[in-house]
Write a protein that binds this ligand. Structure first.
Ligand SMILES: [Zn+2]
Length: 507
């Protein structure tokens, strides 16, 4: 049934009877009647009804996709998943394409708006990002059911990739398909499905550059990935921290030696690495690298307010993590430490042997890896340069320091920029409302999620506001055995997406 023709009638009659010239006021009234009628006689409620009728069938389709083990490095299975997606998208989309890259393909699709919006306003274009590659499932013996044979137990779908990220983008796809089938898609919707997110989307920029015109005219970008806020409330995220990773490897001698025979002569690289690390951070949690905090943004009032409202307490964190003292910058509130402030974290250190591998030696090498979580407006390359500058400065301390640093190998791994959309834009209230309707619960606003997403190239190319709206339960166990998505959360995701798309059509 096409609601549009139904609701046009009374407006037409009204027009005849009153013989009114179209004034702004009249336009407003027309829009009001149309929206009012749609709300009660069709639109969102009918679309949700359609979803409820088709739920089982849509879950079966999702299960088909979950059965393809598209682990990022299994290129043939990833291709199979890409082809599966193209076939599915073709059923409804006006345009689909599989863009080949040096790595895995990127799949794109576009649906044109089916209903005229209030002229002369142009139709909005929403871009939805998702990824169809998945993490390896190991250790297999920890899974209660095989990772690529999806099954529902206790209201949860268990499968590798169901939360991260197939089930989440599929919720959007289901919403689009339903609105499209009902000829009620009020805005243009574009979708981009990445095949390499789990390895840092290293080739996405190549795909974006090949298809620049596809990314023109976009108004906002939505990503549904990661778990919702630990409070289990529906979550609207406005940004993510960035990351850069550095490895410091110190090889100070040709080989390990007897700690008695050569102890006191051969330099110990563990001690020297500790000396280096101690120049980088103090015991109040402050990073001592010159310029490290120079670009760190100051969150505005709405962001601070939203962070405070998350109401995360010391007690909660202590209980959740089993801790009785805290890391990070001691002079910063806890919530700020996890979203507004950068970290300088040692993620691992290795040298010699302990416990069953203990030997009385002077080890010849030591390695430490540091990950730095970046906040707006820090840039990974700039932070890497600051670390290099710091090490150069250390050389000046003495001839010995100079020689230690000379033998140090410094390497940087792939990095991601931080992303941040201010909370004051008009989209905030629309998305908040959609989440509230879809989840039937007041959402929380998380100004910046602690983790990172490799989406800066997409942000740079579109230049548009970016929102993360997770549809996965907080205990989805992504990247771990028994990854799951609650069926009810999937349903709420579909409903939220229907609300988002419909509400955007009214904006
Ligand atoms: Zn992931």
């Amino acid at each position: 049934m096409n609601n549009y023709t139904d609701i046009k009638k009374p407006i037409f009659i009204w027009d005849q009877v009153k013989n009114t010239q179209k004034s702004n006021k009249f336009n407003y009234l027309q829009t009001y009647i149309r929206n009012f009628t749609k709300l009660f006689y069709g639109g969102i409620m009918k679309a949700i009804e359609t979803f409820n009728e088709r739920k089982e069938e849509l879950l079966e389709v999702l299960f088909d996709l979950l059965r393809i083990p598209s682990i990022t490095k299994n290129t043939s299975d990833v291709k199979k998943a890409a082809n599966w997606l193209i076939e599915r998208l073709r059923k409804t989309a006006d345009y689909t394409e599989k863009i080949d890259t040096k790595g895995n393909p990127v799949v794109i699709a576009e649906w044109k708006a089916q209903q005229a919006q209030q002229e002369p306003q142009e139709e909005l274009t929403l871009l939805i990002y998702g990824h169809y590659d998945v993490q390896p499932p190991e250790p297999l013996d920890k899974w209660l059911s095989p990772p690529f044979e999806p099954e529902i137990r206790d209201g949860r779908i268990y499968a590798r990739g169901v939360g991260d990220n197939k089930g989440q983008f599929f919720a959007h796809l289901a919403a689009i398909e339903i609105l499209h089938e009902r000829k009620e898609l009020p805005i243009n919707v574009k979708m981009i499905l990445d095949g390499e997110e789990e390895l840092g989307s290293v080739n996405i920029e190549e795909a974006l550059m090949k298809k620049k015109e596809f990314f023109e005219g976009i108004d906002l970008v939505i990503v549904s990935d990661g778990p919702a806020d630990p409070s289990w409330k529906p979550t609207l995220e406005f940004g993510v921290r960035g990351i850069t990773t550095v490895r410091l490897e110190l090889i100070s001698a040709d080989g390990d030696v007897h700690s008695g025979n050569f102890g006191g002569i051969q330099p110990n690289p563990v001690w020297d690495l500790i000396f280096i690390l101690a120049t980088m951070k103090d015991d109040t949690g402050k990073c001592l690298i010159k310029g490290f905090y120079d670009d760190v943004f100051t969150p505005d009032e709405p962001a601070v307010e939203a962070a405070n409202k998350l109401n995360r307490t010391e007690e909660q964190y202590s209980k959740q993590l089993g801790i009785n003292y805290f890391g990070g910058e001691q002079d910063q509130p806890l919530t700020h430490r996890v979203m507004f402030r950068p970290t300088f974290n040692i993620r691992g250190i290795q040298s010699g042997g302990v416990k069953s591998e203990a030997k009385t030696i002077v080890p010849s090498s030591a390695v430490v890896e540091i990950d730095v979580r970046l906040v707006p407006n820090q840039e990974p390359d700039k932070v890497n340069q600051l670390i290099n500058n710091h090490l150069e400065e250390l050389k000046k301390r003495s001839d010995r320091w100079n020689k230690v640093i000379e033998r140090l190998t410094v390497s940087y791994e792939a990095s991601f920029y931080p992303l941040y959309t201010p909370l004051g834009l008009k989209w905030t209230s629309i998305l908040e409302k959609a989440l509230k309707e879809g989840f039937e619960e007041e959402p929380v606003k998380q100004p910046i999620a602690g983790g990172s997403l490799p989406l800066y190239p997409l942000y740079k190319l579109t230049g548009k506001p970016f929102y993360v709206i997770p549809f996965a339960n907080p205990d989805e166990d992504n990247h771990a055995p028994n990854e799951n998505l609650m069926v009810s959360w999937f349903e709420k995701g579909v409903k939220t997406s229907i609300h988002i798309i419909t509400e955007l059509g009214k904006s």
